[in-house]
Design a protein. Structure first.
Length: 107
């Protein structure tokens, strides 16, 4: 993208056009989506500021974890007549499939 530039030259050029860049330390970054969380452990985070806006560039080891809604846990526990803990385990085992979790618990 740019000709061979040292980090120092790059920083100076960015400052000239009104951009700032710095590193942000963090243990983990969690991105919550509908039904799942993306966890990035020991991330490398670069914050770029330009025109009163911040952009975050995040890199690191990614793990995706599904999230079971509390309403689903209560429904399965009620329908299968088991504790919420047992219902949660069944939902995790069936990857959130309500009917399959209930059938698993009522065998």
């Amino acid at each position: 993208m740019f000709p061979k530039m040292s980090p120092k030259q790059m920083k100076k050029m960015m400052q000239q056009i009104g951009m700032k860049m710095h590193e942000l330390e963090a243990k983990e970054v969690i991105i919550r989506r509908e039904g799942e969380e993306i966890i990035i452990e020991n991330p490398s985070i670069i914050v770029i500021e330009a025109k009163n806006q911040k952009s975050y560039q995040i890199s690191g080891k990614e793990t995706v974890r599904s999230v079971i809604p509390e309403e689903d846990v209560k429904l399965v526990a009620e329908q299968a007549n088991v504790s919420e803990e047992e219902a949660r385990k069944a939902l995790e085992k069936t990857k959130g499939d309500l009917a399959e979790a209930i059938m698993l618990l009522t065998k």
